[in-house]
Design a protein around this ligand. Sequence first.
Ligand SMILES: [Zn+2]
Length: 79
Amino acid sequence: MENRSLDDFLDTEGAESGETAPSDPDTVGEGETRVDPAAVESAETTYAAGRGECEACGESVRERWRGEAGLVCPACKEW
Ligand SMILES: [Zn+2]
């Protein structure tokens, strides 16, 4: 009995996500330049441009890097 109700639940979930997901490729990114995520991932995941305070030492720096403590200055970044 319980197995059957679980199956019904899973069936409903699958049908809902399939219908509501905006999967039409023609409407995605219209008028924008497509960027391959794999091409920019290595540079964008750790570097954060823009002036701000280091979340480790509080020093104001022109560029920060994403570290374990958050956005930190180059001196606090563990390479
Ligand atoms: Zn710092």
